[in-house]
Write a protein that binds this ligand. Structure first.
Ligand SMILES: Nc1nc2c(ncn2[C@@H]2O[C@H](COP(=O)(O)OP(=O)(O)O)[C@@H](O)[C@H]2O)c(=O)[nH]1
Ligand SMILES: [Mg+2]
Length: 447
């Protein structure tokens, strides 16, 4: 028998409250309260509320009836609210003291301070959103580029979840067929049906693998890109970094070995956040152990970066025998070049002093880094999603192998069940409190 998917039952009597807007002074601050006591507490502080989902201008008073603020108050009636519970929002003047007074009064009347991410956790537990969507709420708040915002919104609106759900539906159908035939002897099972199962599983394997690729792109977009700047000493790596950062973040000089520590600068280019990492120059015979350490750090950075810019002084190219992954050769100091000097067709000639050639270099960089920007398949994703998809894919593969080797339907049913469980975990983990704790603890308070 197929087991029913596990479903959380939310028995939560906590009425939680927290500021929903960032702390500090501003035009307006928003405080959010969710739970069974929300309406009652709000009435005690503000008098009669307007009908649900309508703002009402209210006197917000403390428990000894003194006026804290005149603000707008709105009631979201369960189940049509973010958390699925009764929610009240106070929109008050943007003063942290006012925010604190409103919260303190609500606490006296029975509310408790919300934990980080608790509103979204309630939304998840009440089935308003699945776990991948809940994760995308945090990603949207933390997004640092337009691409990341678009991708987080894509996940939040359920594009990623829908693809996972479609795979789960397909797996359910396959499982129903397999389980229904388990008790029949082999010769009674329609061969055409078995072939059809085989074809469907091959197709499904392709779909899961495709989604895995999108997820891996989404992980890169979420984590941001990093580009290592390496090359021989004095090639102008730090000068190039300063030009990219539009400020003097790294010390430059014509003394070799000036840069020893890594200098990291996030730069927003064409809607992507790219962290450039300037490194110590690498040469064959470092003069002392400090420099040696800088060089070994550079090698580590090369391994962790998405792409490496290998910077050379175009007027005096030095040997640079370091193992590189994806890389672009940058011939720097083009302003000092004499016309007769040979042109390396595969390199990008720039001047970190005048900025000449930078547009072409950055164009190439973006082209090489680019994921499917703005495409509908882009969503922000995490290692967790990747792990579930890999597991799910491998179990489908195992079931296909079972079919090939005629291992019997019990084993195939078991593989399909494992695949279903692994992929289901993306949207709704079976029972892992630790996982939920880990995911929601990275949220800010009030979300
Ligand atoms: N003319 C010219 N000088 C440059 C250029 N880039 C760097 N330099 C100079 O080359 C020297 C070494 O630069 P630096 O950035 O410290 O090199 P690094 O060791 O690779 O980090 C400094 O004196 C810079 O002013 C460039 O594009 N044109
Ligand atoms: Mg340097």
């Amino acid at each position: 028998m197929l087991e029913k998917p596990s479903k959380f039952l939310l028995i939560d009597s906590r009425t939680i409250i927290a500021p929903a807007s960032a702390s500090g002074r501003g035009g307006i601050s928003v405080i959010r309260m969710s739970g069974p006591l929300s309406k009652k507490i709000a009435k005690e502080m503000c008098g009669e509320l307007a009908e649900p989902w309508r703002f009402k201008k209210c006197n917000i008073t403390s428990n000894n009836s003194s006026l804290i603020d005149v603000g707008m108050v709105v009631f979201f009636k369960s189940p049509y609210s973010y958390t699925g519970e009764d929610i009240v929002e106070f929109h008050c003047h943007g003063n942290p003291m006012i925010v604190n007074l409103i919260i303190e009064n609500a606490l006296v009347l029975g509310a408790v301070v919300a934990e980080p991410g608790e509103f979204t956790k309630k939304a998840f537990l009440n089935d308003k959103i699945d776990l991948a969507q809940a994760e995308s709420v945090a990603d949207l708040i933390n997004a640092q580029s337009e691409s990341a915002i678009i991708a987080a919104n894509s996940s939040l609106s359920g594009n990623f979840s829908k693809q996972v759900n479609d795979i789960l539906d397909e797996l359910t159908e396959a499982r129903v067929f397999v389980e229904a035939n388990i008790d029949f002897p082999d010769e009674d099972i329609d061969r055409a049906h078995m072939e059809n199962l085989n074809e469907r599983l091959i197709k499904l394997l392709g779909v899961v693998s495709g989604l895995l690729t999108s997820v891996q792109d989404g992980m890169k977009l979420r984590e941001g890109y990093s580009v290592a700047i390496v090359g021989p000493p004095n090639a102008g790596k730090s000068t190039l970094l300063n030009l990219l950062a539009r400020e003097r973040v790294a010390i430059t000089s014509d003394i070799e070995g000036t840069t020893r520590d890594l200098v990291r600068v996030p730069v927003n280019i064409a809607g992507l956040v790219i962290e450039f990492i300037d490194t110590a120059g690498i040469r064959e015979d470092p003069e002392n152990s400090i420099e040696e350490e800088g060089i070994s750090k550079s090698k580590e950075v090369i391994n962790k970066s998405n792409i490496t810019l290998v910077v050379q002084d175009s007027t005096s190219v030095k040997p640079f025998n370091v193992e590189l992954g994806e890389s672009i050769v940058v011939m720097n100091k083009s302003d000092l070049m004499k016309e007769s000097q040979p042109n390396d067709k595969n390199a990008f000639y720039v001047s970190s002093v005048s900025g000449e050639g930078m547009t072409e270099l950055l164009g190439e960089l973006i082209k090489r880094l680019e994921v499917d920007e703005g495409g509908e398949t882009v969503f922000l994703s995490r290692k967790r999603h990747e792990e579930c998809l890999i597991k799910g894919r491998d179990f489908i593969d195992e079931s296909l192998e079972g079919l090939r080797q005629d291992l019997g339907l019990e084993l195939i049913a078991e593989s399909l069940k494992e695949s279903h469980n692994a992929l289901g975990e993306i949207l709704r983990p079976m029972s892992s409190d630790d996982l939920l704790g880990e995911i929601f603890s990275e949220f800010c308070i009030g979300k």
